[in-house]
Design a protein around this ligand. Structure first.
Ligand SMILES: Nc1ncnc2c1ncn2[C@@H]1O[C@H](COP(=O)(O)OP(=O)(O)OP(=O)(O)O)[C@@H](O)[C@H]1O
Ligand SMILES: [Mg+2]
Length: 405
């Protein structure tokens, strides 16, 4: 195997439909794929774990597969958290540096952040991420890094992502029971953004929508920083359910039909096209107009993006999307979905596929793996940041620069 365990990084994305374990190797800050495993998620519903035993078994299966491919043992990991119990909020903290201007130190930055994070949360919530937006030194705003600057007052504005304690605890417990120690948690939207968004999109303003099976996680960047996060309670499984009910067909068939013939825009489907729809029970299958399928999908797609629009409006960021939207998650694959996103949100969409890490199989460069790939990249980047570039050689510094792009 030849790799010391501390070089191995593992993430576990427990989604509503699939559990994905991804193992990478970090050599001098550069990330390389080692293995992955995927299992159907059992015991999850609407983005939350409802049956610990089943969820544990899914994690176990995916871990075993990943271990086989990686040729290494996995015993600790970072796990992803998403779904309806995620909330984002903005906060600000400040620090007086004294009556005479002086140089700002790392400790000042830490203390200002500490004050920004001292918001009172309900007892059932916990903080997942504290993401600096800008620093303000003596009224001068939009500062990215105040270290070494001179002033009498330092302020920082931050975006805080919080999660319901129960949702985090359940996924940690399921991982523990599968024999995995959990080092940290990461918000799924933040992870997906890590491997799909480009720096200029983050500057101009962009909304990433991770449309999974149970819900849609969203995260907005503006002027290079996270401005807003949220979740809307609609995902691909709601589309499937509608198809099952509307066409009176079993869920498993509805899922196949949606993927094969689904289009979120009714007028994209030629009139006269017919599809074969299996019936429930012993009845024979029927031929139905393909447009009927789209007449079921289009209203659901509109509803999804209307929820997103309301969420963005409440967050005060609806007008901030100069670079449009980026759609990830398996449900982003539905044909015609981008057109509906554009018509409701009035800005251009694109599909977000994760950038490839070295040696990564092409099958992982698909929208539903953005969360897993992005988590691994995020984990590697935070490690490099913790190690500190000062302790790295030139070769490592250059490699880590490419990693963080
Ligand atoms: N070609 C396709 N067309 C339409 N929908 C699709 C297609 N492929 C996958 N999906 C949908 O994508 C969803 C699964 O996406 P994904 O794997 O991102 O979810 P997840 O990560 O398990 O869930 P979540 O993030 O909500 O917990 C399912 O609802 C599935 O029906
Ligand atoms: Mg997901």
């Amino acid at each position: 195997m030849g790799t010391s365990p501390e070089n191995l990084l593992t993430v576990i994305d427990v989604g509503s439909s699939k559990t994905c374990v991804l193992v990478g190797e970090s050599v001098d800050g550069a990330l390389r794929y080692r293995g992955h495993g995927i299992a159907d998620s059992r015991g999850t519903r609407k983005g939350a774990i409802v049956d610990l035993e089943k969820a544990t078994a899914s994690i176990h299966r995916a871990v075993e597969e990943a271990e086989k491919v990686a040729g290494a043992t996995v015993d600790h990991a970072v796990v992803t958290v998403g779904g309806p119990l995620i909330r984002g909020l903005n906060s600000r903290g400040g620090l007086n540096l004294g009556s005479r201007p002086r140089e700002i130190t790392r400790e000042d930055v830490r203390q200002a952040s500490e004050r920004a994070r001292s918001v009172v949360l309900p007892v059932d919530r916990e903080m997942m991420h504290l993401l600096p937006q800008e620093y303000i030194v003596d009224q001068q705003s939009s500062i990215r890094d105040p270290l070494g600057m001179v002033g009498t007052k330092l302020e920082v504005s931050v975006h805080i992502v919080t999660a319901g304690k129960s949702s985090t605890q359940n996924v940690v417990t399921a991982a523990n029971r599968a024999g995995i120690q959990v080092d940290d948690t990461i918000f799924e939207g933040l992870a997906s953004a890590e491997c799909t968004l480009k720096p200029d999109e983050r500057e101009l303003g962009v909304c990433l929508l991770d449309i999974g099976a149970g819900s849609t996680d969203l995260i907005v960047y503006f002027e290079g920083a996270v401005a807003h996060t949220g979740v809307v309670p609609i995902g691909g499984d709601h589309f499937t359910n509608d198809v099952a009910v509307g066409l009176r067909t079993p869920l498993i068939e509805a899922e196949k039909i949606k993927r094969l013939f689904g289009n979120a825009v009714v007028t994209n489907v030629p009139e006269g096209n017919e599809i074969e729809v299996p019936a429930v029970g012993e009845r024979p299958s029927r031929l139905m107009p393909q447009r009927l399928l789209s007449e079921i999908l289009e209203p659901r797609a509109r509803e999804l993006f209307e929820y997103v629009r309301d969420n963005l409006r409440q967050g005060g960021v609806l007008e901030a999307l100069g670079a449009g939207t980026v759609l990830t998650g398996g449900a982003a694959r539905l044909a015609g979905l981008g057109a509906i996103a554009e018509s409701v949100l009035r800005c251009p969409p694109r599909i977000g596929r994760p950038v490839a890490i070295a040696k990564m199989p092409a099958a992982l460069a698909e929208p539903e793996f953005a969360t897993a790939v992005g988590s691994l990249m995020y984990l590697n980047r935070s490690r490099v940041a913790r190690t500190g570039p000062g302790q790295m050689g030139l070769k490592e510094k250059i490699k880590s620069l490419f990693q963080s792009a």
